[in-house]
Design a protein around this ligand. Structure first.
Ligand code: DOR
Ligand code: ZN
Length: 421
């Protein structure tokens, strides 16, 4: 395996920023410090750039098996490394859904064949993702599942969720809940509020999300179990989680870049790439999400990378599927909306996009220290660029951020000592 020397960069961990060179040999970080003229097969000049522990995305959709017209594990994992992600955990709402060990193993095998980001399967909470009967979670864990979720759908039956949390507690598994009360959200397509009214679109109340977050908190508290809330989008949701954490409830959560960088004004042009579930909310929600990031209520920034084809998105707003692609813009959005604005620094971003998701999924925590596996992201904070959906590596181009100008760009991604881009 060839060696790589990254010169003149600034290493960020979860606390500090330190100027240093990094030598990578045999898939591992060999040396860190002022290394002068050591020889290496490849030399990267990272002057003015950050050298980061590889990013970890704990919530994405790679669409394989079953929806390869939207994305494959290969195209998705390539898009991931383009965005600086060295590990991604993919949701099981495929066809078939990932509810038996053979399918979890299939995802892992396809990820290894692709050879870009490391790919870890999240398996279903319930068989067939029907919300009725639990999967054999312990066997799925043995097959390599790193967490359990029926994402895309809520577990509507509280008794089923109770049993899932209790079972998960026994085996120390992570349950990730897509918090949505379908009896409240119904057939809504956008945030319930002035903009949906102006656009004449059916609303999705914040209550749909907050009722389920509250339920999950009550269940976790009652059982002493842990629960992770996916894609938090509302001010009320952040507050419920903040209060629960203060009481000692074992609840963690994630948000996505679109919930701190965009509002439901995007739907006024009927741009179907702004149709996302949960929906883009209002400015006050964005601010509450940012407060939650600042004070540690929000543990993780995940992408919810959700590819859909042009044909599927080129339908009227009501009929288009929910989701935006997200790998290749996530770090730039975090840098532009959180670091440039002084909410958190690069160490905070490392915590939310690498350290915390690794910990929650039980993966080895990535760090730039001698001996550690060499999963590294090189990021230029000075590079300003315009997002061009057509230029993304993802097979689908349904990008909310098409045409947006962002600050900071991923320049290189190294996985296990190999330069992937
Ligand atoms: O916007 C979304 N897209 N939200 C989800 O919960 C599911 C996802 C998908 O699978 O497309
Ligand atoms: Zn979801």
């Amino acid at each position: 395996m060839s060696s790589i020397l990254i010169k003149n960069g600034t290493i960020a961990d979860t606390v500090t920023e330190t100027p240093a060179d990094v030598l990578i040999e045999d898939g591992r970080i060999a040396r860190v410090g002022s290394l002068g003229d050591v020889s290496a097969d490849k030399i990267i000049d990272a002057a003015g750039m950050y050298v980061l522990p590889g990013l970890v995305d704990m919530h994405c959709h790679l669409r394989e098996p079953g929806f390869e017209h939207k994305e494959t594990i290969e195209t998705g994992a390539l898009s991931a490394v383009k965005g600086g992600f060295t590990s991604v955990a993919c949701m099981p709402n495929t066809n078939p859904v990932i509810d038996v060990p053979a399918l979890a193993r299939y995802i892992i095998m396809r990820g290894e064949e692709a050879g870009y980001a490391r790919v870890y399967p999240i398996a279903c909470i319930t068989k067939g993702m029907k919300g009725e009967e639990l999967t054999e979670m312990a066997a799925l864990k043995d097959a390599g599942a790193v967490a359990f979720s029926d994402d895309g759908r809520p577990v509507s039956d509280s008794g089923v969720m109770r049993n899932a949390l209790e079972y998960a507690k026994t085996f120390n598994l992570l349950i990730i809940d897509h918090a949505e009360d379908k009896s409240v959200s119904g057939d809504g397509v956008a945030n319930e509020g002035a903009n949906a009214t102006i656009a004449g679109l059916r609303g999705i109340s914040r209550a749909a999300e907050e009722i389920m977050i509250a339920r999950d908190i009550v269940l976790a508290e009652t059982l002493g179990a842990k629960v992770h809330i996916a894609h938090v989008s509302t001010a009320g949701g952040v507050e419920l989680i903040r209060e629960a954490k203060q009481r000692g409830v074992r609840v963690t959560c994630e948000t996505c870049p679109h919930y701190f960088s965009a509002t439901d004004e995007e739907i006024l042009s009927y741009n179907t790439n702004a149709k996302i579930n949960p929906p883009l909310r209002e400015q006050s929600d964005c601010e509450a999400i940012i407060d939650g990031i600042r004070d540690g209520t929000i543990d993780v920034i995940a992408t919810d990378h959700a590819p859909h084809t042009r044909e599927e998105k080129n339908r009227e707003f009501d009929l288009a599927p929910f989701g935006t692609v997200g790998f290749e813009t996530a770090l730039s959005l975090a840098y532009t909306y959180l670091a440039e604005t002084g909410v958190i620094g690069m160490p905070g971003i490392v915590k939310l996009m690498s350290h915390n998701p690794s910990r929650l999924l039980g993966l080895p925590v990535v760090s730039i220290k001698p001996g550690a596996m060499a999963d590294v992201t090189v990021f230029d904070p000075e590079c300003e660029w315009t997002v061009r959906a057509d230029e993304l590596s993802s097979k689908s181009k349904n990008c909310l951020y098409d045409g947006w100008r962002l600050k900071g760009k991923v320049i290189h991604t190294i996985v296990g000592g190999e330069l992937k881009c």
